[in-house]
Design a protein around this ligand. Structure first.
Ligand code: FAD
Ligand code: A2P
Length: 321
């Protein structure tokens, strides 16, 4: 290993297909990624991009763009929405021709957003692109762009590192790709230790749950940790779970210079993890603190100041939205 701290991420292509000139992909599969009944709807959607510049140009961890047809309320074409790739770098087909993602239907109650909106309205609000993507059937065409993102990637020499992957909700998408890339590549499973921590409101919201459980049964180096925030038994967020299991499970990982931490999902998870690592004296390489804040002063970190002054260190790779 040449550098035990910062991962070498290697070359990555960006925006080979721009959102202004998207290419046509074709949906090749669409299936629910949940096993039980849940109040939310999340689908694994795979799109064939063969014959377009997108084919073979992406790496797991990047995102691609989807452009929904139609116009917004201002009469402009809908803006591109980004979706994390949920496939390995080799795509779902092994040849880089089929991309996939994990898309959650945005379902909300309408709230007035600006002056002039009907202040009394509160009808059902359906997110434009997530519902379009979830509604698509096998064989349907879809406008896509990308890839996007240049840092949320597996390192060039994956076996030089161990991994703590932390997800909330659809933040599991890139890890579904990366874990498969690490453990199920044709070259054989990586010996790296991998911990996947997945936070959802209820057990029925866990995504690809059966797949990850089976993988944990198969590979000793892979451990799967579902964390449930609204359970009757124990209500926990991912950072609180890691905190509780620190000595028995995670300290040796975070203390090891091989380890990389990846976080994907809700923005709020990031600050919780940084504060917790600082409290355990494990921030080295994972957290960077700028003045006027100090690492030692973690207990007094003001949430507003944290945004600007507490950042991902070289061993933290972060994709939050
Ligand atoms: P929109 O129509 O754009 O609505 C967006 C939000 O605004 C909703 O939360 C909605 O509740 C709210 N809203 C807007 N107007 C109103 C109103 N009048 N009343 C009430 N609420 C309103 N998403 C995934 O599902 N899977 C992924 O893997 C994924 N990866 C991403 C990766 C990146 C790098 C980024 C930046 C985002 C990612 N997203 C992902 C989010 C995705 O890009 C979209 O933002 C998401 O699907 C919602 O888009 P939409 O068009 O359905 O919703
Ligand atoms: P909760 O919603 O109970 O507060 P989903 O995207 O499927 O809703 O899942 C997101 C998960 O992340 C939920 O369990 C949510 O809990 C949890 N969550 C919300 N805020 C944070 C945070 N700041 N840190 C970690 N997890 C969070």
């Amino acid at each position: 290993m040449t550098d035990p701290i910062a991962p070498e991420l290697g070359e990555v292509q960006m925006h080979v297909v721009k959102p202004k000139a998207p290419v046509i992909g074709r949906v090749v599969s669409s299936a629910s990624c949940m096993s039980g009944r849940s109040a939310s709807f999340v689908r694994h959607v795979s799109i064939d991009v063969s014959g377009t510049p997108l084919a073979g140009s992406f790496r797991s961890g990047q995102a691609f763009g989807v452009i929904a047809p139609g116009e917004n309320e201002r009469g402009k074409p809908h803006a591109v929405r980004l979706y994390s790739l949920a496939c390995p770098t080799q795509g779902e087909d092994g040849d880089g021709n089929v991309v996939s993602t994990t898309v959650k239907r945005v379902v909300d109650e309408y709230t007035p957003q600006k002056d002039g909106d009907d202040q009394g309205a509160h009808h059902l609000f359906l997110g434009v692109c997530s519902n379009y993507l979830c509604d698509l059937k096998v064989g349907d065409e879809v406008l896509v762009s990308g890839p996007a993102g240049k840092r949320f990637l597996l390192p060039e020499r994956p076996a030089d590192h161990d991994y703590v992957f932390i997800a909330t909700g659809t933040g599991i998408a890139p890890f579904y790709g990366m874990v498969r890339e690490l453990l199920q590549s044709p070259a054989g499973p990586s010996p790296s230790r991998i911990h996947l921590v997945m936070g959802t409101p209820y057990t029925t919201d866990l995504l690809y749950d059966e797949f990850f459980r089976e993988l944990a049964d198969t590979y000793d180096q892979f451990q799967y940790h579902p964390v449930i925030s609204r359970s009757d038994i124990r209500r926990e967020y991912v950072d609180r779970y890691i905190d509780r299991c620190m000595d028995e499970t995670f300290r040796s990982m975070f203390a090891d210079p091989r380890t990389l931490m990846y976080m994907c999902g809700l923005e709020g998870m990031e600050s919780g993890m940084y504060r917790m690592l600082a409290r355990h004296g494990l921030a080295d390489g994972f957290v960077e603190v700028k003045e006027p804040l100090t690492l030692e002063g973690y207990a007094d970190w003001d949430p507003k100041l944290m945004k600007r002054h507490v950042k991902a260190g070289p061993r933290s790779l972060v994709e939050v939205y």
